[in-house]
Design a protein around this ligand. Structure first.
Ligand code: MG
Length: 261
């Protein structure tokens, strides 16, 4: 240390400080929220698509036999089935996911926010469709489900966003009580032998028949705090539905089917 020129020592400290600042992780959820521009509202009618002959039916209106609890895949899905739909069970142990795993696929799913929904922002009819579930809890790539009918929130967190990552091209959300439809084409990511990403995930989404994600590239799985990145190698994965922890009334689902591509 004695022979180390003082000016160089100060310079190295400064560089050290700068690089530390650059590498500093985002520590607050607000740092990855985007508010403008706001996607234009588009008015749509109800969309439904019957399952084609080669589809795997993930919910036929009768039971959740194709689904298990995410946090304990030995347990059957505990959500409530009635009148040809099923409803999130917020006290029932959390998210559910398919027994089967999928790579690239086409998926149709319909969801409904209760007509008497209360709350605002992310606390109003929040659920989510994880296009690939890669672990417990909310691990995976979340296509947001939310009441985005006259309900402002960050645009990369509104319905049909890839949560905290891809803002939808439009807002065709219908009013609470109406059924909403997602039609999705998912291209799973691939990985090199050294665990780096070879080809990133891509997604196309039609929301009530309106294009909202156009072969969009994902930066990695959804991350609530900080920037997304591909940190975990995975192959074909289950599809997951979110039991969000907000206190608003639970959503319902119907007519879910998938075609392997
Ligand atoms: Mg959600």
């Amino acid at each position: 240390m004695t022979n180390f020129p003082k000016s160089l020592f100060v310079a190295s400290l400064m560089i050290g400080g700068m690089s530390m600042a650059n590498a500093q992780e985002k520590t607050k959820p607000e740092q990855t929220e985007v508010y403008t521009p706001v996607p234009p509202v588009v008015v749509t009618k109800e969309v439904t698509v019957s399952a084609p002959s080669d589809a795997i039916i993930l919910f036929d209106g009768k039971d959740l036999s194709k689904w298990v609890m995410t946090d304990d895949r030995n347990k059957p899905a505990s959500w409530t089935v009635a009148k040809n739909v099923f409803t999130v069970n917020k006290k029932g142990g959390g998210n559910i996911e398919t027994k089967e795993s999928f790579g690239n696929y086409q998926l149709h799913l319909e969801w409904q926010v209760p007509a008497n929904i209360q709350g605002k922002g992310q606390g109003r009819g929040n659920s989510g469709l994880f296009l690939a579930s890669i672990g417990k809890g909310d691990d995976g790539y979340e296509l947001q489900i939310l009441d985005s009918y006259q309900n402002d929130t960050y645009t990369n967190g509104q319905a049909s966003s890839i949560y905290k990552q891809l803002v939808p091209l439009a807002n065709p959300t219908r009013k609470p009580g109406d059924w909403q439809a997602y039609d999705i084409i998912w291209t799973a990511p691939t990985f090199n032998a050294d665990n780096t990403v070879k080809t990133p995930a891509r997604v196309t989404v039609l929301f009530n028949g309106v294009l909202v994600q156009n072969n969009a590239e994902l930066k990695g799985p959804t991350q609530y705090v900080g920037d997304p990145a591909y940190r975990k190698v995975h192959g074909p994965s289950p599809i997951k539905l979110q039991a969000h922890g907000d206190s608003s009334l639970p959503l319902s689902f119907r007519n879910i089917w998938i075609r392997n591509l």
